[in-house]
Design a protein around this ligand. Structure first.
Ligand code: ADP
Ligand code: MG
Length: 323
């Protein structure tokens, strides 16, 4: 069991950001409206994720740390109909195998909760405790028992960069969830969770940047596009200003990036980096998200239609500004 968990851990848990990802995805799956992530020393010292979601029933708390103990698949048919972010039931056991984990959870508003402590895969404590509804999970001393893995960790700044990049993506794709990221006592990101995408953009890029944005809405039979694109006269020194959310999931697409850039460059043939946050909706059959489950890349079955549609929609918004 221990060895199996440590091997699985190598696949799920690569660095502190992978722990944050798994815990935040669980919090989202639990229907949370508020998720707070607090990390110390780039997550190498500790990672704490607190949510106000469904919580875990007291009798299911220790089971959640067994391998393949997912509550998200009832039968094998569900495997072909996956809507939740996590479905393999490997995250919690994998994380607990290579760190010291403390979980406090309550599944009702009656103040009755359950606390469990697992270190290096070994159960240390399990007891009743008072807790608000939701889950509060702390991961300390990641990789303390796998020194070979610990050696591969980069600087605190690099590890934190991976964490904050991930949290920005989550905030952009979930404007309806109030998200907070703290590092060593400083608030790095805080969104209100009122569903307003522009508010999330302001939280990430600053108010000045948010003021330079134009709303966009376009639709045809296959696609709906909503979001914001920066004014054509607004310049940005950094190329990481394009965010694309497809059917609620943050994705990366070289083709869509090119289409967005082209909309600017055909209008103003100078090199500039736009800020753009686009929510694209389409029938799920038109996008294959399982090209690589761990990656952000997807495949569009109608990219010949989608890319030009995005380009012309943005072009139209920008042209109104230039004229
Ligand atoms: P998976 O997400 O693939 O089901 P995990 O190992 O990530 O597997 O989690 C195991 C189980 O623990 C989940 O299926 C869920 O029932 C429960 N769980 C984990 N985190 C939370 C949370 N934040 N809120 C509610 N339930 C949770
Ligand atoms: Mg999970």
């Amino acid at each position: 069991e221990h060895i199996a968990n440590q091997i699985a851990a190598g696949e799920v848990v690569e660095r502190p950001a992978s722990v944050v990802k798994e815990l935040v995805e669980n919090a989202i799956d639990a229907g949370s409206s508020r998720i707070e992530v607090t990390v110390e020393e780039g997550g190498l010292e500790s990672i704490r994720v607190t949510d106000d979601g469904s919580g875990i029933e007291p009798e299911d708390v220790s089971t959640a740390f067994y391998r393949h103990a997912t509550s998200k698949i009832e039968n094998s048919r569900d495997l072909f109909n996956i809507t939740s972010l996590g479905f393999r039931g490997e995250a919690l056991p994998s994380i607990a195998a290579v760190a010291k984990v403390e979980l406090v959870t309550a599944s009702a508003d009656n103040g009755l909760g359950r606390r469990i402590v697992i270190e290096g895969g070994r159960l240390v404590t399990e007891e009743d405790t008072a807790a608000p509804k939701g889950t509060d999970l702390t991961v300390r001393e990641l990789f303390y028992n796998t020194p070979a893995r610990l050696k591969y960790m980069k600087t605190i700044q690099t590890e934190l960069g991976h964490i904050s990049d991930y949290m920005y993506r989550i905030a952009l794709s979930h404007p309806g969830i109030a998200i907070t990221l703290r590092h060593n006592g400083n608030v790095l990101l805080q969104t209100v969770g009122n569903g307003d995408l522009l508010q999330v953009v302001a939280a990430i890029y600053g108010r000045q940047a948010a003021k330079a944005l134009l709303p966009i809405h376009a639709e045809n039979l296959d696609f709906t596009i909503d979001g914001y694109v920066s004014r054509p006269d607004w310049t940005r020194s950094n190329r990481n200003g394009i965010s694309i959310i497809v059917n609620g999931r943050y994705i990366r697409s070289y083709g869509l990036n090119q289409a967005i850039q082209r909309a600017y460059h055909t209008l103003l043939p100078i090199n500039r980096y736009p800020l753009a946050v686009l929510e694209v909706k389409m029938h799920p059959s038109l996008v294959d998200v399982n090209v690589h489950p761990a990656k952000l890349e997807v495949r569009f079955s109608k990219e010949q239609e989608l890319f030009p549609f995005v380009e012309s929609s943005i072009h139209q918004v920008l042209r109104q500004e230039v004229l």
